[in-house]
Ligand binder design. Structure first.
Ligand SMILES: [Zn+2]
Length: 61
């Protein structure tokens, strides 16, 4: 499985979080708990030419 590491800022606590994204899909939306503050973050990304084209990390509620 092809993956890339993406860094982003938690929308709740502001900590920098790194996450592995699967590049074998066109894009995904899912909920991941912040590893620092444990709040649910909605992750969205799209993949183009095996690279992350767009990435968002938002509060899920
Ligand atoms: Zn957090």
């Amino acid at each position: 499985m092809e993956q890339t590491e993406q860094n982003f800022t938690c929308p709740y606590c502001g900590e920098t979080i790194s996450m592995l994204l699967d590049l074998s899909v066109n894009g995904q939306v899912y909920i991941e708990d912040c590893e620092v503050c444990c709040q649910p973050i909605e992750i969205r990304y799209s993949v183009r030419d095996r690279e992350v084209a767009e990435f968002w990390a938002n509060r899920s509620q």
